[in-house]
Design a binder for this molecule. Structure first.
Ligand SMILES: Cc1cc2nc3c(=O)[nH]c(=O)nc-3n(C[C@H](O)[C@H](O)[C@H](O)COP(=O)(O)O)c2cc1C
Length: 223
């Protein structure tokens, strides 16, 4: 009892709490395979990490506006020179960045649209990639500032891009890995659900394989 009190007073217990952020982005609502799989994934991660919090951000249901001139100016202006209008323009971006900064584990779901990511996810990215906040340039070049976090990408595809000439047409996974890696999220695992446009049997198999991978990743995360 005494030991527990001492741990609480030193904040040891609070510091070990895991914060999970679930970002979903599909425009296909409840039919979305990336959303369904990522939700199960995040719930299982939460169950595996005692006391973990789970924050949900659906960037399609609650979209970030396209970059506007006011936001670009606000982002670029040094913090000390910002006007009240700049601060108001940055409020949404600040809250999205805050969610990422608070997260220890990020589960990000995306389904390929026209060879890339859904436009709602691209808009979210435009709000979270902030020089001096989520990345910076120093003497050694670019440095990501979202460090020490685990990133799980849950990616759905109508086609199959794992091998052959179609690999070069996958602008979803390389883009997300490059961009999020640039922000410091380099510890990444990918769950792929592919070939879902080839009929229900193939889709079912793809989802089953993804769920198996989710279970293996959750088990590894809890160790
Ligand atoms: C508008 C639209 C465009 C799509 N474009 C592609 C594409 O370029 N390549 C592909 O393999 N699948 C494409 N698909 C299929 C989706 O990637 C597939 O349905 C996937 O499951 C979507 O992810 P979700 O289930 O999480 O919504 C497209 C689907 C839609 C609705």
């Amino acid at each position: 009892m005494l030991k527990l009190q001492a741990m609480l007073s030193y904040g040891f217990l609070e510091n070990t709490m895991t914060n999970i952020l679930l970002v979903t982005s599909s425009p296909r609502g409840e039919d979305s395979l990336s959303t369904q799989t990522a939700r199960v994934f995040a719930d299982k991660l939460q169950a595996a990490h005692t006391g973990a919090t789970l924050t949900k951000r659906d960037v399609n249901a609650d979209p970030s506006p396209h970059l506007a001139e006011s936001l670009v100016h606000a982002i670029r202006r040094p913090a000390a020179d910002r006007t009240p209008e700049d601060i108001a323009a940055l409020a949404h971006s600040d809250s999205l960045v805050g969610e990422l900064q608070a997260a220890d584990i990020i589960v990000l779901a995306s389904g390929m649209i026209n060879f890339g990511v859904p436009s709602a996810l691209k808009s979210w990215i435009d709000h979270i990639a902030r020089s001096g906040v989520t990345f910076r340039y120093g003497p050694d070049g670019a440095e990501g500032l979202l460090k020490g976090k685990k990133l799980y990408l849950v990616l759905a595809y109508g086609g199959v891009y794992a091998e052959g000439p179609a690999q070069a047409m996958n602008f979803q996974e390389p883009y997300l890995k490059t961009l999020l890696g640039f922000l410091g999220l380099t510890d990444v695992e990918v769950v792929t659900i592919e070939g879902v446009a080839y009929g229900p049997e193939m889709a079912q198999k793809a989802v089953a394989a993804a769920n198996e991978r989710v279970d293996a990743l959750v088990a590894a995360s809890a160790r």
